[in-house]
Write a protein that binds this ligand. Structure first.
Ligand SMILES: *Cc1c(COP(=O)(O)O)cnc(C)c1O
Length: 485
């Protein structure tokens, strides 16, 4: 172990510090001073350069690998969108500028204004806020809006209804807003059980949150009926639109009874979800909820674009300034680049690709809720598990074959789940190569299950102790850690 990781050699130097130009004896209290020499790796500059360059090459990314990580939409995003977000006029703009002199930032404000209009058009909503920084943040914002709405109208509400196939952030966001969460089980068709829903619906329900398509990748054909029932009971409808690449240009949540929707720009609109980078979870609402939107809002008057802070019913700010402006800019550019026809094609290809994978894996893997899916498909390794090969083993074996694994063990309602999202940007050749790899692994699981359990064999580190890695992660340099072990 030590030979692989430890690069430090006693006495080796990577820097030459200038001569000390302050008194060596400082006034720092004794207790705050270092008692021993700092334990730092002793490496030359070249060692450091090679170390980080090698690490960067081990990184799996969309520019190097097929990355079917379900629900994350790890697709190819046009590089021109990055370039536009990086234009100096946008990048170097000070966020206080619009408050000091909006005349100098009319273009930047116009982007916010126009991006909001674009998203309204795509979703069928009346107004948008671009402030939320993530999908979950959008949910929280949306639920705060719903809470403000009910409070204003003096409605007495306690519950949020979510299906058990919803994204995990849905019940979490509802609980964070102080609601009690009613979870409705999934019926045989893979959708929320309609009868149980009707039983639980009451005038104390604040909202029904639907992940659509749900985490099984399935569209709920009853959403109109659900919305009508919910509205009759005085509840609002919340659409988790994180995976909008499933329906763009085909269905607008605002047209089928939804009052609030959040989108993940960092999935559908030219920013990848993975990697922990910045995201954006804009929230759209119907007219009745518009007065509650976060401030400031970009408005247009006859002078041009202005920031409006005056909104007595607003829930206030949900982030500093205006959200992740660069992410919004990429989305704005992407929408203009693709246009209406392009967005429709993107959705059609996303859905077609997922169904192609589903249809070709059928027979090799169990397909729970086997019907036409949307942008992703969920297969189960339950058949392979009987031979001792679990979803995790299949994921590891895929790494050896040059593919990033799909999402595993999610949704939780499917045993041994593998959630595959091929995305709209992959070619048939790539999909075929992935499918062949999956079929190969299924065959190996039958014939030599032990071999699958050895994977990955091509990576610098093989099977790690995942429990220990999670419980005791080593996130910083520990000198001679491996010797002590
Ligand atoms: C990704 C996702 C979210 C959460 O988005 P984050 O940006 O990760 O917070 C919520 N709902 C669904 C359906 C998602 O796929």
């Amino acid at each position: 172990m030590r030979l692989i990781f430890e690069k430090s050699i006693n006495g080796r130097k990577g820097v030459r510090l200038p001569k000390l130009d302050v008194p060596e004896q400082s006034d720092l209290p004794q207790a705050l001073r270092r008692r021993k020499k700092a334990s730092l790796p002793e490496v030359a500059e070249l060692d450091v350069v090679r170390h980080f360059t090698h690490l960067s090459q081990r990184n799996i990314g969309i520019d190097t690998h097929f990355y079917p990580l379900g629900s994350c939409t790890m697709k190819y995003n046009p590089k021109i969108c990055e370039e536009i977000a990086n234009l100096r006029g946008f990048r170097e703009l000070h966020p206080l500028m619009p408050l000091i002199n909006p005349n100098l930032v009319q273009g930047a404000l116009e982007v916010i204004y126009e991006a909001e209009r674009q998203l309204c058009e795509i979703t069928g909503m009346d107004a948008f806020t671009l402030q939320p920084l993530a999908g979950a943040h959008g949910e929280l914002t949306g639920l705060l809006l719903i809470t403000a709405f009910h409070k204003y109208h003096k409605h007495n509400k306690r519950y949020i209804i979510v299906p058990d196939s919803s994204h995990g952030t849905n019940p979490a966001s509802a609980a964070m807003c102080g609601y009690e969460v009613i979870v409705i089980p999934t019926g045989k068709d893979g959708c929320m059980d309609l009868n149980l829903f009707k039983e639980k619906l009451s005038d104390e329900v604040a909202a029904v949150m639907l992940t659509c398509p749900n985490t099984l990748g399935l569209f709920n054909p009853h959403i109109k009926e659900i919305a009508e029932l919910a509205h009759k009971a005085g509840a609002l409808m919340y659409y988790d639109g994180a995976n909008l690449n499933a329906i763009m240009g085909k269905l607008r949540p605002g047209d089928v009874g939804f009052d609030v929707v959040h989108l993940n720009l960092h999935k559908t609109f030219a920013t990848p979800h993975g990697g922990g980078g910045p995201g954006a979870g804009p929230v759209g609402v119907k007219k009745t909820l518009e007065p509650f939107l976060p401030i400031p809002r970009v408005k247009k008057d006859n002078q041009g674009f202005i920031l409006e802070e005056n909104a007595p019913l607003s829930i206030g700010k949900v982030t500093a300034f205006y959200g992740n402006y660069g992410v919004v800019l990429k989305a704005y550019a992407y929408i203009l680049l693709l246009g209406k026809e392009g967005l429709i094609k993107a959705s059609e290809h996303a859905v077609l690709n997922a169904n192609y994978v589903r249809a070709r894996l059928k027979g090799h893997y169990e397909i729970p809720y086997d019907r036409v899916c949307m942008h992703e498909c969920v297969v189960s390794a339950i058949k392979q598990a009987r031979k001792g090969v679990h979803a995790l083993d299949i994921a590891k074996a895929l790494i050896d074959k040059g593919f990033h694994p799909p999402t595993m063990y999610f949704p939780a309602i499917v045993k041994e789940a593998l959630m595959i999202e091929p995305t709209e940007t992959e070619s048939k050749q790539t999909l075929d190569a992935f499918i062949e790899a999956m079929i190969d692994i299924a065959r190996l699981a039958e014939e030599a299950p032990e071999a699958v359990k050895q994977a990955p064999l091509t990576t610098p580190v093989g099977r790690v102790d995942e429990v220990r890695a999670a419980r005791r992660p080593i996130l910083k340099y520990l000198p001679r850690f491996y010797e002590e072990e």
